[in-house]
Design a protein around this ligand. Structure first.
Ligand code: FMN
Length: 148
């Protein structure tokens, strides 16, 4: 059983719903997944946590949702290395923006800089293809959970 923290960045709630769907899948497979809508650095550095799943939309021009900005700033300034943690990023966005899924890419880059180990490739969910991102999120989670 893996301890998983799901760190969500959401503006209008789609990434939050996707995060909940992912949480259900991981818990349904016998893992212990907790979801945080306003995560702080402790949720990243907690030694009991094996896996970090970041589920975030993009806002503005490829910006992080406000709920992830404090975490991002804390991680940038304290820079805790996490070589023993696996991570994965699910990015919600809209391909009509030139900054498609940029917030997810930004979080992924930071996880790599902190020496996290990628569990699965970043998964982009395009609002132009999926009005409801939940099915896509569940499908991804069912694949990703097999890697644990
Ligand atoms: C004001 C605004 C700005 C957005 N900017 C981007 C963007 O830069 N890149 C992108 O891929 N999607 C962008 N989107 C699309 C959202 O990321 C997408 O609709 C997502 O599913 C919303 O998820 P949320 O409800 O969790 O915030 C933007 C949407 C809005 C309303």
């Amino acid at each position: 059983m893996a301890n998983i923290n799901i760190l969500v960045g959401s503006v209008t709630g789609k990434a939050l719903s996707a995060g909940s769907a992912i949480q259900e899948v991981f818990n349904g497979q016998g893992h212990h997944a907790q979801l945080f809508a306003n995560a702080a650095i402790e949720q990243v550095t907690d030694e009991a946590v094996d896996v970090l799943l970041i589920v975030t939309s993009s806002t503005g021009q490829g910006d992080l949702p406000a709920s992830l900005v404090p975490l991002y700033a804390q991680l940038q300034s304290e820079f805790p290395l996490i070589p023993n943690k696996k991570f994965a990023v699910v990015a919600l966005g809209d391909s009509s923006y030139s900054t498609f899924c940029q917030a997810g890419a930004t979080m992924e880059e930071l996880m790599f800089e902190l020496q996290g180990q990628a569990l699965c490739e970043r998964f982009n969910i395009d609002a132009c293809e999926h009005f409801n991102p939940l099915d896509a999120a569940r499908g991804w989670a069912l694949d990703c959970v097999k890697r644990l």
